[in-house]
Design a binder for this molecule. Structure first.
Ligand SMILES: [Mg+2]
Length: 175
């Protein structure tokens, strides 16, 4: 699926609602601050795991040094973890730019587009690790969303999904 077609198809299933009466400004500010803070933590993990950077002393992560854990870091290919952490950090950078603009600074569209590109770079890493193509992911994603929203975005269908039917589409792939 070509980029132009994907942008058009994805618009059909996007919400155009904006409920600031539910998520009030103070609530939104708190959520954004927390997400950005977590993004910084994830960035430390990424730089230490994949660039060999030492963990700064005084960091929250240091408290876990020497502690036991039941997780197996080798259970998933490192590139998959790297890509997922990377997408997370880029999303946090986007949220940081959004929060700055919401606090009165000029919105930097050039920077937002840069972060979008950075996200694509991490997604490219994910596709390489999964040995699949982004075009294939887009095609399956649109098929899944057609099942979820036969006409257009619907908040009822967004909240209660038929996960079994969606899984069938995901497993069938592009055939
Ligand atoms: Mg970036």
């Amino acid at each position: 699926m070509k980029s132009e077609e994907y942008l058009k198809e994805s618009a059909r299933t996007a919400s155009t609602q904006f409920h600031t009466e539910i998520v009030e400004p103070a609530m939104l500010e708190h959520i954004l601050e927390q997400a950005i803070k977590t993004g910084e933590l994830v960035d430390i993990a990424k730089k230490s795991l994949f660039y060999g950077k030492a963990i700064e002393s005084g960091s929250d992560i240091e408290n876990y040094k020497g502690k036991s854990s039941n997780i197996n870091p080798d259970a998933v290919a490192p590139e998959i973890l790297h890509a997922a952490l990377g997408v997370y950090t880029e999303a946090a950078e986007m949220l940081e730019a959004i929060l700055k603009a919401m606090r009165g600074e000029a919105f930097d569209e050039v920077n937002m587009f840069e972060e979008a590109g950075d996200t694509e770079w991490y997604m490219a890493m994910m596709y390489r690790a999964l040995n699949r193509l982004p075009t294939e992911a887009r095609e399956i994603n649109i098929k899944k969303l057609r099942q979820r929203y036969p006409e257009k975005f619907d908040s009822g269908q967004a909240i209660s999904r038929n996960l079994e039917a969606e899984r069938e589409i995901l497993e069938a792939g592009t055939d």
